[in-house]
Ligand binder design. Structure first.
Ligand code: ADP
Ligand code: ZN
Length: 673
């Protein structure tokens, strides 16, 4: 007897699955994982069959309207995983399952496109002979079949990618498929080329630089088994890839694996769960592992593998710290206030040797603040609680909502004073370098300058060919890039990250300094002078900086973990953040006291809830954004299961939430601004 009722994940903001009846003519063909059309109110929406349902009491069910026969049923493991994602991150199941499908209908016939192919066809590229260290890692990982998380902790340039490539070879030889996740920004042509050269015609790619048509085609290539390895950013996890033999998450520490809107999930953690459900190994790779992953490796939950040396005995870069407070007297007059004599001299010698330098500053624009010299007026965004950034001496722009206005030099407030740019951005650094090195070719890499994948590809080509002498950029240049002629790296102002009010800011600073430094001198041969890094700072004793200079991840991690343990921050405690926002302050205040009241009564309900610490609600550090006022509440607990239950109960029925107020939840939040 076919099922008379089905549970359906409906593509709508409804937390739980809905029950529908199976009309006689469809019933025999229905199966879990199929995509269907179902009525919802007056509309018809898509949904996925989760499993048989029971006849509900007290109301009539509506019938399933049709099977969407474009798609085969989602594999049971994938369905199980999406269920977990929905439960763990407290997000409507139908808004999770919808992510399993491509953006467009399947192409009826291949259209010839003028764009270059997504994955270039390549002739086979032979693997390197592994070093002893690499060999051991590969053997150890292959020695543990089935589900097992591994941390591959290897310094920058130690040959991690080569290890992944050789492991994937074994996965394919065993007739299985592979998933390789990288942060969006590292999904460069360099990476795609390297994979497609090793596995000609076996690679599919999914990232945000593709058109909807390209994405749809890549999706079908994987789903129908024409391609065996999926290389993608975090959302590639949702592609229902079958027969998974291994997942790799490269640069696992990257915060960009966490999605901060809509479904607020962590790609790395979700990948570990997918591997568990698929019963295959998962490898997390990094030179600067997240402290969560490191703690798991120390405790033995994850197997730890190390690559301690760069390949071919290439040396790690030498790092010099310049104390900007002391440097000022030594400085030549022509130097701008942000540039130390020491860094300047390195830039000169690198340039004269025909090599490249990169200057890193995590702030775009010309100046982050413009201020009236006589009355102190500061240009602020009308929609956000944030000052406007000056760009090109001509525009003031909000980096959060993109509001912009023309810039005038006279003060709009007192009408007398003159506006003065304060602070530093990449545009200023670029123009100062161009002035100091008038013959040199200077390029800038930030979100203003590099807006498309083609922009990035062009920049990479110019860096590789040596057309560029100086590259100025934000964290866009901190990751994954590998330029043979890049000799010198300068961190213009390391302090920017030091004061962010977030318990992860020391970790982020350490990672960023190490990753940026790791771009220098990646190809120097033994005997050649190694890459050099200059870190400019007003806080030379900052623990993150001291540790990064010594390439001493392990002691740094131990110190940070001790602090986290004391404060019950992750990985020792778990967090959930509640964001309460809306355009009207009085309604928000009402919502805050309601939610605080609900939390307090839940805490007294159960002894396991009593162990949950409730912080706030209080104003978010960015108290107003896009004309929305923002409050947040933080929940801290030792046991993630009880925290999850608590959140479900707190938000269960939403009828108490005042109109115009939106409450959203972020489980394991990464950013608390
Ligand atoms: P990582 O991913 O750790 O930064 P890569 O795998 O990119 O390191 O290796 C750095 C460089 O060394 C690359 O150019 C790579 O081709 C090369 N390489 C990797 N392994 C070997 C090896 N065993 N022998 C020679 N060269 C290697
Ligand atoms: Zn704004």
């Amino acid at each position: 007897m076919p099922n008379a009722f089905w549970q359906v994940a409906v593509e709508a903001p409804i937390r739980e699955p809905l029950t529908y009846s199976a009309p006689a003519e469809l019933a025999p063909a229905l199966a879990a994982g199929l995509r269907v059309d179902v009525p919802l109110g007056k509309r018809k929406v898509k949904g996925v069959l989760l499993g048989p349902g029971e006849k509900p009491e007290g109301f009539e069910t509506k019938p399933i309207a049709a099977i969407d026969d474009e798609y085969a049923a989602l594999p049971p493991k994938h369905l199980e995983w999406m269920n977990w994602v929905s439960q763990y991150y407290i997000h409507p199941i139908g808004q999770v399952t919808t992510l399993a499908y491509p953006p467009l209908k399947r192409a009826e016939k291949e259209r010839k496109s003028k764009r270059p192919p997504v994955v270039p066809a390549f002739v086979d590229h032979a693997p390197h002979t592994l070093t002893e260290e690499q060999e051991k890692v590969v053997a150890d990982i292959l020695g543990k079949p089935g589900f097992q998380p591994h941390l591959l902790f290897g310094v920058t340039g130690s040959g991690k990618t080569e290890v992944y490539l050789q492991l994937f070879e074994k996965v394919l030889a065993a007739g299985k498929t592979g998933l390789f996740l990288v942060p969006e920004i590292s999904l460069t042509p360099q990476m795609v080329h390297r994979f497609s050269a090793r596995f000609p015609d076996q690679i599919a790619v999914l990232h945000s630089g593709l058109t909807d048509r390209e994405r749809t085609n890549q999706w079908w290539d994987i789903v129908e088994g024409r391609k065996k390895i999926l290389l993608g950013a975090r959302s590639a996890l949702f592609c229902p890839i079958r027969n998974l033999g291994m997942i790799v998450v490269d640069e696992e520490h990257e915060p960009s694996f966490k999605q901060d809107e809509k479904l607020k999930y962590h790609g790395r953690d979700s990948a570990v769960m997918l591997a568990k459900i698929s019963d295959c190994p998962v490898i997390l790779g990094s030179a600067t592992p997240s402290l969560e992953t490191w703690a798991h490796a120390r405790s033995g939950r994850y197997t730890l593998h190390r690559l301690t040396k760069r390949v071919q005995n290439r040396s790690l870069p030498e790092i010099q710290v310049v104390d900007l407070r002391e440097d000022e007297e030594k400085r030549e007059e022509k130097l701008p206030s942000w540039l130390s004599q020491a860094l300047y001299e390195k830039l000169v010698s690198t340039y004269e040797a025909g090599k490249q330098s990169a200057l890193f500053l995590n702030r775009r624009g010309l100046a982050p603040i413009v201020l009236c010299e006589s009355c102190g007026f500061v240009h602020e965004c009308p929609n956000c609680d944030i000052s406007l950034t000056l760009h090109h001496h001509s525009h003031l722009i909000c980096h959060y909502c993109d509001y912009h206005e023309n810039y005038k030099e006279s003060c709009p407030s007192c009408k007398e004073g003159e506006m003065k740019p304060v602070g530093l951005g990449t545009e200023q650094v670029e123009s100062d370098i161009a002035r100091l090195f008038p013959e040199a070719r200077v390029a800038r890499a930030d979100r203003d300058e590099i807006q498309t994948r083609t922009d990035l590809e062009d920049l990479i080509t110019q860096m590789e060919s040596g057309e560029i002498d100086f590259l100025v950029g934000t964290q866009m240049i901190a990751k994954g890039l590998d330029f043979p002629k890049l000799q010198t790296v300068g961190l213009v102002l390391a302090d920017i990250g030091f004061n962010i009010p977030d318990f992860r800011s020391p970790e982020r600073s350490f990672q960023l300094m190490t990753q940026v430094s790791g771009r220098a001198g990646r190809h120097v041969k033994p005997g050649e002078s190694p890459g050099q890094v200059v870190i400019q700072t007003y806080n030379p004793d900052h623990p993150s900086l001291v540790a990064a200079c010594k390439h001493d991840y392990e002691n740094f991690a131990a110190q940070e973990l001790a602090i986290r343990e004391e404060l019950l921050y992750p990985p020792f405690g778990r967090l959930a953040g509640l964001r309460i926002q809306g355009p009207q302050l009085d309604r928000l205040n009402e919502a805050c006291s309601l939610v605080a009241g609900r939390a307090a009564s839940l805490v007294s309900l159960h002894e396991n809830y009593a162990a949950i610490e409730v912080l706030g609600p209080s104003e978010a550090p960015l108290a107003r954004l896009r004309n929305q006022y923002r409050f947040q509440m933080l929940l801290k607990a030792k046991d993630p299961r009880w925290l999850n239950k608590f959140c479900y109960q707190l938000l269960s029925d939403e009828s108490w939430i005042p109109a115009g107020v939106k409450i959203s939840i972020d489980v394991d939040p990464l950013h608390l601004l």
